[in-house]
Design a binder for this molecule. Structure first.
Ligand SMILES: Cc1ncc(COP(=O)(O)O)c(C=O)c1O
Length: 348
């Protein structure tokens, strides 16, 4: 059989030849001592893209989010956000076990938290028996909501609401580059509605590893402190930072192709059965497939797809997820369609 089509995540791809060449030739130093010039170049570059004063290179977006939580709350109180966001729902409880915070999970629509409920949560007079909300998180694109892009007006309103209460905002922009491409706006326009912004370089951009937390310069020392606590200093990390710089140089604009491919795939699947996916809800490179709507369970369905050479991830009992990335293009899409069609027809 030909090589499987891997749609489980936009992190499953290999670095490009240009990234490998840059990594092989990278100038490095010990970033534990802040002496790696390539890491410094990457941090400055990402901070500038986000309109922030400083950046810190980290092994993962999970760590970037956790460090932001620790800096912005001083590890007291609650973190509020839309209930399915990555920080509250998918980071294995690090906010509680490591940062000593509790979660204030609020409902929302397509990843945008309900602002009326948020206003209530931020009002100490309304919630006297709960710890105060010390931080609000927003996420764009929103992973659990199928790559939904938060509207700029929502980000602005959320930030204004929080500022009026003196509560900081952290933006989990692991896929902010996808959001920027989808909106046709620079990343900084979204990041300005946050105090700190985390971005991931190894998702759609295709770098081998790494994330950056962007923040005001005054926060950098504390961020470095918490990076130490978490063991996130990576020493000669210019090697991987060099790949990330090439990713920023060469992979950002092409994210539009992933979005177009996700849209094309959604249409192919919707043509098989309109209950599977609504193409109008596919805004970036992710799509979720409501396989449960057809009375099929996600796990065996994914296993049957894998046997036909298509790998997808299981989001829940009734939902599958597929992520488009630079190794999947229009030639692969008919094979994905055919694997779905055959698995649906097989009835198991
Ligand atoms: C929105 C969001 N934030 C954070 C993360 C965590 O990224 P990492 O795997 O780099 O820790 C992810 C991972 O998919 C994500 O989707």
């Amino acid at each position: 059989m030909s090589r499987p089509i891997d749609l489980r995540s936009d992190t499953v791809h290999a670095p490009t030849a240009a990234m490998r060449a840059a990594m092989a030739n990278a100038e490095t130093g010990d970033d534990g001592y802040r002496e790696d010039p390539t890491v410094a170049r990457l941090e400055e570059r990402v901070a500038a893209m986000l309109g922030k004063e400083a950046g810190l290179f980290l092994p993962s977006a999970t760590m970037a989010n956790l460090i932001a939580l620790m800096i912005l709350t001083n590890r007291v109180g609650e973190v509020a956000g839309e209930e399915s966001c990555h920080v509250l729902a998918a980071e294995f409880g690090g906010l509680a076990s490591v940062a000593h915070l509790s979660a204030r999970s609020l409902p929302g629509v397509r990843g945008a938290v309900d602002l009326d409920l948020l206003a209530r949560a931020l009002d100490p007079a309304e919630e006297r028996l709960r710890p105060p909300v010390r931080l609000v998180v927003a996420e764009t694109t929103h992973t659990a909501q199928g790559g939904a892009v938060l509207p700029m007006a929502h980000l602005a309103a959320l930030y204004q609401l929080c500022a009026a209460r003196g509560v900081p905002v952290h933006l989990d922009g692991a896929r902010i580059f996808n959001a920027a491409i989808a909106l046709g706006r620079p990343e900084a326009e979204m990041a300005r509605f946050s105090d700190t912004t985390a971005v991931c370089l190894c998702k759609g951009l295709g770098a081998p590893v790494g994330a950056v937390l962007a923040m005001p310069r005054a926060m950098l020392e504390q961020a470095l402190f918490f990076r130490r606590v978490l063991g996130g200093h990576m020493r000669q990390s210019g090697i991987v930072a060099a790949g990330a710089i090439v990713a920023l140089d060469t992979m950002r604009e092409r994210l539009a192709e992933d979005h177009a491919n996700a849209q094309a795939l959604a249409r192919l699947l919707a043509a098989l059965d309109a209950r599977l996916v609504d193409p109008a809800e596919v805004e970036s490179n992710l799509l979720t497939v409501a396989i449960g709507a057809l009375g099929r369970a996600a796990r065996p369905f994914a296993a049957a797809l894998a046997a036909r050479g298509v790998r997808v991830s299981v989001l829940a009992r009734e939902r599958l997820r597929m992520c488009l990335h630079h190794e999947i293009g229009p030639p692969e899409l008919p094979r994905v369609h055919d694997a779905f069609a055959a698995t649906l027809a097989a009835g198991r």
